[in-house]
Design a protein around this ligand. Sequence first.
Ligand SMILES: *Cc1c(COP(=O)(O)O)cnc(C)c1O
Length: 355
Amino acid sequence: MSRFWSDFVHTLVPYVPGEQPKMERLVKLNTNENPYGPSPKALEAIAQVSDDALRLYPDPDASALKQAIADYYQVTSDQVFVGNGSDEVLAHLFLGFFKQDKPILFPDISYSFYQVYCGLYQIEFERVPLADDFSLAIEGYQKPNGGIIFPNPNAPTGRLLPLADIERLLKHNADSLVVVDEAYIDFGGESAIALVNQYSNLLVVQTLSKSRSLAGLRIGFAVGQAPLIEGLERIKNSFNSYPLDRVAIAAGAASFADEEYFQKTCSTVVASRERVSAELSVRGFVVLPSSANFVFARHTEISGAEIAAALRSHGVIVRHFSAPERISDFVRITIGTVEQNQALFDALDAELKAR
Ligand SMILES: *Cc1c(COP(=O)(O)O)cnc(C)c1O
């Protein structure tokens, strides 16, 4: 704390990211990173762009990356916005679209950064409870609101809302912007980007951090009709003209050009997820159906905090949320390599045997 802080800084409650341990040798299953590296083509692009040209500013419009995304999703590049991680894209859209007279709506169990942005930009919000089975109850979103946002699949539950339900939500809220945060969509869902030309109130946000294994480069994007993108560009150009560096632009574009590697790694993660779910069930866990690269599971006899602590003592870190109460017995476990997943099973077996 400093006497130079403005009063406003005292009111902020920042997001707390998952631990990035300095210690090697831990099996890190806590922040939903991809266990397989980025596409070799992305790495090649990084090597190629890493030369004397780095003294020059990057393209402020990141046109090469926008075009690669537009081509991939068959939209036009004026329907694509890119940012320094999807967290930055989210920040800009909260400021640009969600400062309204009515509160915005998001699920009570969801990505906790949404609430942090509401604090930063002084946006009113209301949390809509998930159904008892942790699915998104769309009836809860049929009330006056200043906008709607949710991850799909949801985080940290991993549950997927089918596209048909998203369409119902869009139709019921024709006068509100509906933002679908698709950080995990490539692990088993169908992207709502297919609907953007049909619905002017839809904005889809994605990231290259999870399915494309580029968390370290910080690349996120949004797809929507051009007037929405234009609003985001106004904010971006009032904040930072060059949010994406030369390395990120080149590697991001190269990643979209390597469909084969992308499909192969995503399907490996999906197959491992089914295996991990089954192995956890055998060991006394209730596992929510997941369409993401993580599972959300609770042991029927051991508390979530105890499971997380026990795994840690065996060198495996997972994510535990002590609040809200309803999920305090769950742990969120990122799908790792076959070896990492085996380390998880071994740690659980050692712990369960010791009890
Ligand atoms: C990981 C994640 C993000 C942030 O992704 P970055 O692009 O790395 O900033 C956004 N939303 C959800 C739901 C996430 O899980």
